[in-house]
Design a protein around this ligand. Structure first.
Ligand SMILES: [Zn+2]
Length: 86
């Protein structure tokens, strides 16, 4: 079941958002259910945050070995204007 992230339509307006949807919240919903349109707590409109779906919360920095195994050529700066292929 995918996890969707929702955020208040007006997070800067305390009259139209609550502590939950102001910061955004995650919700597990079956794919065949319609998207949530209201905050379950305060009933004000929320929108789905698309960009965060399927994105890890903490982005791992790409290591040299990861980059190499992904097929990237890793260049490391050795000297002024000189790059060595590793
Ligand atoms: Zn709310």
């Amino acid at each position: 079941m995918p996890i969707y992230e929702y955020l208040s339509e007006s997070p800067e307006d305390p009259e139209r958002s609550c502590r939950i949807c102001r910061q955004g919240f995650e919700l597990r919903r079956p794919v065949d259910r319609p998207a949530l349109e209201q905050c379950p707590l305060c009933r004000f409109p929320v929108r789905k945050v698309i960009s965060k779906v399927n994105t890890p919360r903490i982005a791992k920095p790409l290591s040299v070995s990861d980059a190499k195994s992904a097929g990237f050529t890793v260049l490391e700066r050795r000297d002024q204007g000189v790059y060595e292929k590793l």
